[in-house]
Ligand binder design. Structure first.
Ligand code: BGC
Length: 446
């Protein structure tokens, strides 16, 4: 089916190209005359897991900026065709394993190593270095250093970052909670939760139906809010001495707060994905939601006005910290249409694309040349916090959880344990021992 589709497209593209060559010798595109303008009548295939409300529209905004410049290039959005982001990830893995790559795909920095050292083979790099693009666009100078670091591997850039999401975000439904009621300490947050619970409102929405990653977001946000941004950051980046009982005691206190938080969440989390949990807040069934700020895109796509119907602030106690994740797109080795894939990557790093994308997605642009002066108050407050946070911490490397593993496997490691803790498959003490033992092994260099 696929090969028929491709042959059909190739024949079609060839006919169109012949037609253009024979009809016009000075058919200039609107481009600057560099190599960008070649290869116009083609298609590129992109993979992404953005299929939920808000995300899908934001992705389309990126595509639109590209197709404005390259109207004859058909962008095949595989995730939209498959209908579910998780399916897109599965199909991508199968395609890569069969040496049948798309042109470009979405990834997080945690995934870089798994593609660059494919299947653990350091000589099998499935991505193409984007150093030239970063240089020609000035991104190597303009983009924040922290973000450049997480999209590079062994000194080379491998993915174009399109936005930064704050993960330690506390959402609330403003018809259930007034801004003045938002507390400043975790203890007061639990007092507020108790009050909501006595009124029959679920204080916090949570989901656990798509693995433990959603719990991981809540866990690290509460840990930061409970024990302070610096503790979270040091802990996360492997800088703590876990042979020191005082550090274990702080970690334990943070875990206790997380477990208290869980007592204020909905019972059906195991059946829900992140967007269904957000819907509980939208429907007024839950008052708050600790999640990455892509939920902004979800709420606004349902018609809610940011700062009016809902609001978002850093999780109580974590105001000093901006815990962020980066979304990026990479270029596949042996991409069927490398030139247009490069043109796509160039477009999505531009101020224009990042302006269109991030305001829909709920994230903050990576390109500093985006004009944000007309953005809504919530988006501006997030940008302000990003600028002023004393601790800027990404969530990409937490190898303490599975010493020696890739960043991806390590992330899955802690997420799985949080899911086990949630379902009662492990006890709190087992969870703590798992972390402390792995942490000691990872930081002692064993
Ligand atoms: C990505 C977000 C995305 C979310 C849910 C996160 O890993 O960084 O961009 O919206 O997953 O799909």
């Amino acid at each position: 089916m696929k090969s028929f589709f491709y042959s059909y497209k190739l024949i079609f593209a060839a006919i169109i190209s012949l037609f253009i060559i024979s009809c016009s010798s000075d058919n200039n595109s609107s481009d600057s005359g560099d190599t960008d303008s070649v290869d116009e009548n083609k298609s590129i295939e992109i993979f992404s897991w953005w299929t939920s409300p808000g995300e899908a529209q934001a992705l389309q905004a990126l595509v639109d900026v590209f197709t404005d410049d390259y109207p004859n290039v058909d962008v095949i959005n595989v995730s939209a065709e498959l209908g579910h982001g998780q399916d897109a990830k599965t199909v991508l893995n199968e395609r890569m394993a069969a040496n049948d790559p798309p042109d470009t795909f979405q990834l997080g920095p945690r995934d870089l190593q798994t593609w660059i050292e494919y299947d653990g083979d350091t000589s099998d790099n499935r991505l193409v270095s984007l150093d030239e693009l970063f240089k020609s666009e000035g991104w190597d100078k303009d983009f924040p250093r922290e973000v450049l670091d997480v999209v590079s591997y062994n000194g080379h850039y491998y993915a174009v970052p399109v936005g930064m999401h704050r993960q330690n975000t506390l959402y609330y439904n403003t018809s259930l909670i007034k801004s003045s009621e938002i507390p400043t300490t975790i203890e007061e947050l639990f007092t507020l939760a108790e009050k909501l619970k006595s009124e029959g409102i679920t204080p916090f929405a949570i989901s656990a139906g798509t693995g433990g990653w959603t719990l991981e977001i809540a866990f690290f946000s509460i840990l930061a809010g409970s024990q302070g941004a610096q503790f979270h950051s040091d802990f996360y980046s492997g800088k703590l001495d876990m042979t020191d009982d005082a550090n274990v005691a702080k970690l334990t206190a943070g875990i206790d707060d997380y477990l208290t938080f869980l007592t204020y969440t909905n019972d059906d989390a195991g059946d829900l994905g992140w967007d269904a949990a957000a819907k509980l807040v939208y429907d007024g069934d839950a008052a708050m939601y600790i999640h990455g700020d892509w939920a902004t895109g979800y709420f606004t796509s349902l018609g809610w006005k940011p700062g009016v119907d809902f609001n978002a602030v850093p999780v109580t106690g974590s105001e000093d910290e901006f815990i962020y994740g980066v979304d990026a797109f990479a270029l596949c080795k042996d991409a069927p249409d490398e030139q247009n894939a490069k043109n796509f990557l160039k477009a999505i790093g531009s101020p224009e694309a990042q302006a269109a994308f991030n305001i829909i997605k709920g994230s903050s642009p990576v390109n500093p040349n985006v004009d944000t002066s007309e953005w809504n108050s919530l988006a501006k407050a997030t940008l302000e916090q990003l600028k002023n946070a004393t601790v800027l911490h990404n969530v990409e490397v937490n190898q303490f959880s599975v010493p020696g593993a890739t960043a991806k496997d390590a992330a899955t490691g802690i997420a799985d344990q949080l899911l086990n803790l949630y379902t009662g498959d492990i006890t709190k003490d087992e969870f703590i021992s798992w972390i402390v033992d792995n942490y000691k092994a990872a930081t002692s260099g064993e």
